[in-house]
Design a protein around this ligand. Structure first.
Ligand code: T1G
Length: 688
């Protein structure tokens, strides 16, 4: 039974058992409503404990139902029914109480939780707002400021914080259910606390709302929900309970049907599906207990920190003592930085740091289960590392390269037991960026691929399988994005206009300011390697800037000029001259662009390149490309990623707009897979 009722004397226990996360599906809602009615009618019941089976309390409404019209009983009605029940309800929270789950708990008279519980209203992360009274009851319980933080950030808080806010009354001393029943019994002897809806709501000064609105606008970066949620909390301080509930419900239903929410929901489910792709679903990964990193530079140190954060012991290998000292210092800097930002305590930092053993002796790796190479992006250097690893490591140890541009097959050439070799492409900073491109070679064993995905789960990364080509999925699309941005310069636009347009589209940074931050020499190095391989690389202006040693912020000049000690980009007359020279050579017709036209000239070719990547089997599904772009390249999450965005625009519209750009020599023509998708309305994957 999805909702069971037990009795402990006069205390009824209502237990929801709807794995995996006790989501409030229609059946759960109906059963809960029936339970309230039944228990209210049972004179022998004095109080009710609401708890859940499995690993968590209610994790919210069932998001899979959001593509359908809402069905009665609606959640706000269930919360109101429990709140007004003749017998007081107490919520016994373990795991997470999120969204509708916390709204139900707030409707109860009391809340008790296990000490490791987390509670929150993450609805804005799905492009909606709390729709069952969260924006109206929560400020009555924790005050307006705390409610604004919880609802507009969507971030859960731990039980201790919830207690300090008055959101939870009690932590369970013993096992949760026993404590909850005891608490209910004891509380029956005391005056009943008021229903949450009856509690007073203390408004805030106009300056508070002004500050809160500008903060939400800044962090939302184009997302609607946080600002709409803020408006609902404000409304709750200005009108009566019922009127505020009506306002919240209308706002909720509008956002529930919005494109942004559909996009954010698709990302939510894509992230979960990415963890267990069907092609490795039944393959047991190899067990990883001990790990090693070769190379203590920025990437190596970041990967070491990510492994330590997940609890793995790490051996850090460098070619000589001075380099090793620098590598260990890089790892220390990560954790000391987290202490400074109050993210971890000094004790935890010391534990993390002490778990990284440094050595210049490869024989120390004889028993490592996983070794990740993160040395300089040079084929000969990487091959030398794998020659050494091939000599000392166990035949069943997983050997991985963190290359971002070289062909993993070339790196592994001559390696004994090549089935243990795989590409694991982390993104900088590796202890922060959630994306992990998993790049198997034709000889990589299926359980080694499964080990890559299992490692991603342990590191809380979003894994995406990528085939072998120049730049895999992410950097290949980045090349297209940068080439498109340069094409727009030759067609009459400026770096500042293109960057502004991409920020308006939802990127945190435009392509030119991003290059100045990362350094123009990195891409120049890759273009050189690509051209030596005979591949084309379109960067007529960037090439000129690199020849002039305009490498970005680090040389205080790149696409922009930078004053001493400043990071503010200043348009550069020198760059304008280089653009004019390149444009003269390219003979591209000059024209003016609106910001929307500029961003379209960049995003549509990204979609086309994504379709090519699907066509070639480099990516297995459109959502994989969306996850790469969102988690690795700043594509706005609320757009769902380029492939979801294209579907939302209408694939036939995308194709016809690309055809227009192609005729104007502003983009490549749509590839066949995209044309076929436009005809059928969905992306059809080529059989691999
Ligand atoms: N609805 C439907 N399915 C859900 C779900 C949900 N709310 N939450 C998780 N799942 C599925 C998920 O897709 C996966 O499926 C499996 O459960 C395990 O999830 C009116 C309207 C709870 C912290 O936003 O944050 O309430 O892949 O892999 O890492 O105001 O899931 O196995 O097939 O993530 O242990 C608000 C969303 C809803 C919480 C557990 N609630 N969930 O993390 O497991 S809106 C949320 C999570 C709402 C009301 C509004 C996490 C978790 P599969 P998982 P996990």
């Amino acid at each position: 039974m999805i909702v069971q009722i037990h009795r402990e004397g006069s205390i009824a226990i209502v237990r929801i058992d709807n794995p995996p996360v006790n989501a409030l599906s229609l059946t759960v809602r109906q059963s809960l409503m029936d339970a309230v009615d039944a228990l209210d009618a049972d004179a022998s019941v004095e109080a009710v404990v609401l708890c859940c089976a499995g690993r968590t309390f209610i994790a919210g409404a069932d998001v899979t139902e959001f593509d359908r019209q809402p069905e009665r009983p609606y959640l706000p009605d269930i919360v109101a029914r429990i709140e007004a029940a003749a017998k007081p309800w107490i919520a016994a929270i373990h795991g997470t109480a999120l969204g509708g789950g916390l709204e139900i708990a707030i409707g109860c008279r009391w809340r008790i939780a296990s000490s490791d519980a987390k509670v929150g209203l993450p609805e804005v992360t799905l492009g909606i707002i709390p729709g069952a009274g969260g924006t109206v009851r929560l400020p009555r319980l924790v005050g307006v400021e705390a409610a604004v933080n919880l609802v507009t950030s969507g971030k859960p808080i731990d039980a201790a914080r919830a207690i300090s806010l008055g959101l939870i009354e009690r932590l369970a001393e013993t096992d949760l259910l026993t404590s909850a029943i005891a608490y209910a019994r004891k509380s029956l002897g005391e005056p009943l606390p008021p229903m949450t809806r009856e509690r007073a709501i203390v408004s805030a000064a106009p300056e508070f709302w002004t500050l809160a609105e500008s903060a939400a606008l800044k962090s939302a970066r184009g997302e609607d929900a946080p600002l709409r949620a803020l408006a609902c909390i404000r409304k709750a301080t200005e009108v009566g309970f019922e009127a505020a509930m009506t306002f919240e419900r209308e706002t909720f239903l509008t956002l529930r049907g919005s494109a942004q929410s559909a996009a954010l929901r698709s990302v939510f489910f894509a992230e979960r599906a990415a963890m267990r792709p069907p092609e490795i679903a039944r393959i047991e990964p190899r067990s990883i207990r001990s790990t090693a990193i070769v190379g203590g530079g920025t990437m190596g140190a970041g990967i070491a920190a990510a492994l330590r954060e997940a609890g793995f012991p790490v051996i850090l290998v460098e070619r000589e003592p001075a380099a090793l000292d620098r590598g260990l210092a890089n790892v220390r800097a990560v954790f000391e930085g987290w202490v400074k930002r109050g993210r971890i305590t000094q004790n935890i930092a010391s534990d993390r740091i002490s778990g990284v053993i440094g050595t210049t002796d490869y024989s120390m790796l004889a028993d490592a289960d996983l070794v990740i190479e993160a040395v300089f992006e040079d084929l000969a250097i990487k091959r030398a590392v794998f020659k050494s690893l091939g000599e000392v490591c166990r035949a069943d140890a997983v050997l991985a390269t963190n290359t971002s541009y070289l062909d993993p097959r070339a790196i592994a050439e001559g390696l004994p037991d090549p089935e243990r070799f795989i590409g694991l492409h982390f993104f900088s900073p590796a202890h922060v960026m959630r994306l992990l491109e998993i790049v198997p070679t034709p000889t990589t064993a299926p359980d080694v691929i499964a080990t890559g995905f299992a490692l991603a789960r342990s590191l809380n990364k979003v894994p995406v399988r990528a085939g072998i080509c120049d730049g895999f999925i992410g950097n290949r699309i980045l090349k297209t994005m940068r080439a498109q941005a340069e094409r727009l310069l030759l067609a009459g636009s400026t770096p500042a206009d293109v960057d502004d347009a991409m920020r308006r589209f939802g990127f945190a940074m435009g392509p030119f300011e991003a290059q100045d931050l990362g350094g123009l020499d990195i891409a120049a190095f890759q273009r050189k390697a690509a051209r030596e391989r005979g591949d084309e690389s379109f960067a007529p202006v960037a090439d000129r800037l690199c020849e002039q040693r305009r490498l970005g912020q680090k040389t205080r000049c790149g696409w922009y000029d930078y004053m001493e000690g400043e990071r503010a980009p200043r348009p550069s007359p020198i760059v304008a001259r280089h653009i004019a020279e390149a444009a003269a050579e390219a003979q591209i017709v000059k024209r003016s662009f609106t910001p929307a036209e500029l961003s379209e000239c960049v995003v549509l070719p990204i979609v086309n390149e994504g379709a090519r990547i699907l066509e070639e089997g480099i990516a297995r599904r459109p959502s994989d490309i969306d996850l790469v772009e969102i988690h690795g390249y700043g594509f706005p999450r609320w757009s769902g990623g380029p492939m979801h965005w294209a579907r939302a625009q209408g694939l036939s519209v995308v194709v016809s707009r690309l055809d227009v750009l192609a005729r104007a020599s502003l983009a490549a023509a749509p590839c066949q897979l995209l044309r076929t998708a436009a005809a059928s309305g969905h992306f059809e994957m080529p059989s691999l």
